[in-house]
Design a protein around this ligand. Structure first.
Ligand code: FMN
Length: 247
């Protein structure tokens, strides 16, 4: 069973491909998280979790979802983490998560996909985006072959920088950076409600035809990148920046 969480579509894209290649079932954690639900899953095949990298680990909200869900059947467990650059030392907390859930940890595959974190960085231009995705597809094929034969993803060599990024820097990131106060809607909002629908946290409400953010944001970038009118900004940083959303 392939279970994914996504902000702007990269993880959904890889998860769908994985499920197709493995001829396995596909579950969107976004849908359950949005309804404030966890899952009660049974799978004959190993579990494959696919998600973006947030500050060099799996997103807090996805970890919480896995922690709160029940899993039975096959105990094998793989992680596919897409990232703009690298996943740091994500493997350490994933091992711990597997231990808590009674899974056999079979590794984490790092796959570079187009950067979506436009609140802080910027998305690649379209031509580069296509190259990144086609390289990612090759990486995914390698990962799927390992899952198919029940093997283990190769271990990543961890540096001191990786350790620091996935621990100290991550702590600061969730404490000081992940806030929604800088999101604002500008002229041109068509009151379509896409931002409200896409927000996995249910953090956006349309009030008098405009989105209002309510303080429980995970910075997934779905609202700002998925807005069809491109009229959501994050402070001044996103002005003029390309939006990235993979449908
Ligand atoms: C809040 C946030 C934090 C991120 N942190 C990292 C990171 O630590 N390392 C990295 O390489 N990419 C990072 N990224 C980039 C995403 O992991 C990457 O673009 C991913 O493919 C997006 O997947 P999605 O479209 O399924 O949401 C971050 C993106 C966001 C929104």
């Amino acid at each position: 069973m392939v279970i994914y969480f996504t902000g702007t579509g990269n993880s959904r894209y890889l998860a769908k491909l994985t499920a197709q290649k493995l001829d396995d079932s596909l579950v969107s954690a976004n849908a359950l998280i949005k309804e404030n639900k966890t899952g009660d899953f049974y799978s004959d095949s190993p579990y494959v979790f696919v998600c973006p990298t947030y500050s060099w680990q799996i997103p807090q909200i996805f970890e919480k979802f896995i922690d709160g869900s029940r899993f039975s059947g096959n105990t094998g467990c793989y992680f596919i983490m897409d990232c703009g650059d690298d996943i740091g030392n994500a493997q350490k907390p994933l091992r711990k998560l597997c231990k808590r859930k009674g899974f056999q940890y079979r590794g984490v595959k790092e796959i570079v996909m187009p950067e979506n974190y436009i609140a802080v960085f910027s998305a690649p231009p379209e031509a580069e985006e296509k190259k990144i995705i086609s390289a990612a597809e090759k990486e995914l094929e390698e990962a799927v072959q390992i899952v198919r034969r029940g093997g283990f993803f190769p271990e990543k060599k961890i540096t001191l920088t990786d350790r620091l990024k996935s621990s100290v820097v991550r702590w600061f990131f969730y404490r000081w950076v992940v806030k929604d106060k800088k999101f604002a809607v500008h002229d041109g909002c068509i009151s379509c409600g896409t931002c409200e629908t896409l927000c996995p946290m249910n953090n956006i409400r349309i009030v008098s035809g405009k989105p209002v953010w309510n303080g429980d944001c995970t910075h997934c970038m779905a609202c700002i990148c998925g807005c069809p009118a491109e009229c959501i900004e994050y402070g001044n940083h996103t002005k003029g920046l390309r939006r990235y959303y993979l449908k």
